[in-house]
Design a protein around this ligand. Structure first.
Ligand code: NAI
Length: 329
């Protein structure tokens, strides 16, 4: 048996947590021969519910679940962890401005970044899901002294999966036939699902779907507004599909990307594509055979795409400005 991987999850008693933990423990995230330790973090009011979730994890008797530990102490929760999945955050309430939300959540992520730096394993990789996830990741990264920036990510995979599913439905193919789909920028309504470089069964997508008006209009807005549409239909925000995207993101960051393809995840920009160095922005990423990642170079960016990328990157710059007090110089 391999040595167990330790995974910490914040907001573990929330909706996404409830859909995510059982996937991790059953082997969906790291494969059928990889044992895991779960360290589950909640704020005090969530601890009773977390106890219940832990009871259910116990009751599954998962062969790969080596240990489960619940805590509201950050350093205890991130102790020796290899993966910190930061799901918990405070939801936007009626009357709350975006900047209020940035400030409230920002404070959570300074503490979490510091605790990760202090307690986690040196190779810890941190994936932020809790919104606004790009800027929360920026704050955690800048407060995690000594942890390399390359080890911080924010999730845009749900957007990629949503985009692939919409394109597949339009083309009458399976979603797995759609490749090379990149989400650029922020996980927000400004994100840009780049159809111009996507492929269907290896062919340029735009030669299969020729309805340019649909691609530039309804397709983009459907992907951008999908979260709101799910809240309207379900009466609650997307949780199972978000948890599935967490599984996909970690899996894509731990296995070599198929030749010629890429996946979407927000990383610390190395300055590629003119995106300001140090911003946490989504772009086309390849995972290499040694487990490191690289930005895919020379993906064509036409004028239409550049306009969309500029808009979403500008929003990230504004968000960074709004939380600049939480980022140590
Ligand atoms: P939820 O409200 O059901 O659960 C959040 C949990 O986090 C609660 O149990 C709460 O007690 C806990 N929590 C709050 N502050 C915490 C802290 N400081 N430390 C530890 N735990 C804390 O919310 P849900 O549906 O699970 O969503 C979680 C987050 O994920 C939200 O911010 C949501 O907007 C975001 N999200 C992100 C997506 C993405 O694609 N990046 C997709 C869907 C949701």
């Amino acid at each position: 048996m391999k040595e167990a991987i330790t995974v910490s999850v914040t907001g573990a008693a929330g909706q996404i947590g409830y859909a995510l933990l059982f996937r991790i423990a059953s082997g969906s995230m790291f494969g059928p021969d990889q044992p895991v330790n779960l360290r589950l973090i909640e704020i005090e009011p969530g601890m009773a519910a977390l106890e219940g979730v832990i009871m259910e994890l116990d009751d599954c008797a998962f062969p790969l679940l080596n240990s489960v530990h619940g805590t509201s102490d950050l350093e205890d929760g991130f102790k020796d962890t290899n993966w910190a999945l930061l799901v918990g955050s405070v939801p936007r309430k009626a009357g709350m401005e975006r900047n209020d939300l940035l400030g409230i959540n920002g404070k959570i992520f300074t503490g979490q970044g510091q605790a990760i730096a202090k307690a986690a394993a040196p190779n810890v990789r941190t994936l932020v899901v809790g919104n606004p996830c790009n800027t929360n990741a920026l704050i955690a990264m800048n407060n995690a002294a000594g942890v390399p920036n390359e080890q911080f990510f924010a999730m845009t995979r749900l957007d990629e999966n949503r985009a692939k599913s919409q394109l597949a439905a339009k083309a009458g193919v399976h979603s797995s036939d759609v490749t090379n789909l990149c989400i650029w920028g922020n996980h927000s309504a400004t994100q840009y699902p780049d159809f111009t470089n996507a492929k269907i069964k290896g062919q340029p997508l735009t030669s299969v779907i020729t309805d340019q008006n649909w691609l530039e209009g309804e397709f983009i807005s459907t992907v951008q507004q999908r979260g709101a549409a799910i809240i309207k239909a379900r009466g609650a925000s997307s949780a199972a599909s978000a948890a599935n995207a967490v599984v996909d993101t970690v899996s894509s960051l731990t296995t070599e990307t198929p030749a010629g393809d890429w996946h979407s995840v927000a990383v610390c920009s190395p300055g590629a594509y003119g995106i300001r160095e140090g911003l946490i922005a989504s772009m086309p990423i390849r995972t290499n055979a040694d487990g490191s990642w690289s930005v895919v170079e020379r993906v064509p960016v036409d004028e239409f795409s550049q306009g969309k990328i500029d808009a979403t990157i500008n929003e990230l710059l504004e968000e960074r400005e709004a939380v600049k007090d939480l980022i140590p110089a």
